[in-house]
Design a binder for this molecule. Sequence first.
Ligand code: NAD
Length: 469
Amino acid sequence: MNLDTNNMEAIVAMLMKELKKVENKEEACSCCEAKNGVFHSMDEAIAAAKKAQATLFASRLELRERIVNSIRETLKDYTLELAELGVSETGMGRVADKKLKHEVTIAKTPGVEDLKAFAYSGDDGLTVMELSPYGVIGAITPSTNPSETIICNSIGMIAAGNAIVFAPHPGAKRTSIRTVELINEAVRKAGGPENLVVTIDEPSIENTNKMMENPNIKMLVATGGPGVVKSVMSSGKKAIGAGAGNPPVLVDETADIEKAAKDIVAGCSFDNNLPCIAEKEVVAVDSIADYLIFEMQKNGAYLLKDEALIEKLVGMVLTNGSPNRSYVGRDAKVILKDLGIQVGDEIKVILAETTKDHPFAQKELLMPILPVVRVKNALEGIEVSKELEHGLRHTAMIHSKNIDILSKYAREMETTILVKNGPSYAGIGVGGEGHTTFTIAGPTGEGLTSARSFARNRRCVLVGALSIK
Ligand code: NAD
């Protein structure tokens, strides 16, 4: 071949182009325009996830372990970025608390070790019960913990052998997409299949409905308010519903009041009350109520006494009986400022004494406003707490040293999480024993979800052999 300068340049240009293709292959999906698991079309996203799940299921469990470890390793460098992005995009929450939420999610969401097998053996042989994947899971995620839920669901669902299609809240689009991209990066680093975790570039209720209807989606997991939980539960598919709560905290006369006050303010103000488990109302026995309020004030609570101002606050934060989005997850200081009260950064919670029928006590506000309802004694407190929890069976807290009251409260509240003598977040593994999750399934009964919640129980029977009893 005659290699003159022009030829050489053409060859070099061609080689550079091929090299670029190889480099970019890591970023772009080979079968479509998707990048890092983010698709334009819901149907294409689901088809790609289906393919990825087949590869994962055909691989060794070791690959799932590697992927989960890689998610933990990769995402731990992005906790601040995701926390900041979440707060700036949604306008809700506190960066430091969100960062901590990401850290515990990454460290304490169980992986493959959560899938325990079970065996029967005897004269008729050996039967093994195993936890097997569903296939492709459609996961609907909230605006209040967008990236935390995506990381938590991804770890548990991949550990159980599934691929995931995320349908995020449109108000947390950028945060959710960024999280899906980072998870894809982690899967790739571990040698896992591309598009194991996917989403779409324009999340909407329309697209979520499309996802729910797609026959390749074998399980639906909804983390959000009552509307979306109802919607997945009536889909005709296996569904996990993690819905709203209105967690009360009961304080009786035997409690360590100073500690109770501190824990309640800390739990209620954590991420500006966005977690569904956070203290939403205090039910206090009359004999200690004044002291409890005094101690809460010492720990960063601002007591609103003026009836007219309390009424004005009701008008500000509730619109037609629903929480006004512009105050959900906002700092107490900002809410008070709009009420005409200037306070410093040390104020994290707004307190107001109300009756049990007041909207502040009845509604899940998701903002650092904490009503205090007085009761004669602990027994009345249990009744009032039950009424305020509305039978959602979500979360409740109690501060007491009386074991009879602790037992009665725990039995009668029937909540998925019950925290005794600690802040609400102890219930999700922050300063309390147990794993972390941001999908707490009260309505469908899985409770604090983990890998095993996203797996099917299957029985494999070998007849007449292999028992060594
Ligand atoms: P939301 O119900 O507005 O949205 C949640 C998700 O559902 C979003 O992705 C949204 O796009 C989608 N959605 C809402 N209505 C829908 C419908 N009719 N059809 C299809 N999709 C629909 O909730 P939010 O404001 O983002 O989150 C706060 C709520 O979620 C609170 O009630 C909180 O208690 C609850 N929550 C519960 C848990 C839990 O683990 N139980 C965790 C986080 C949040």
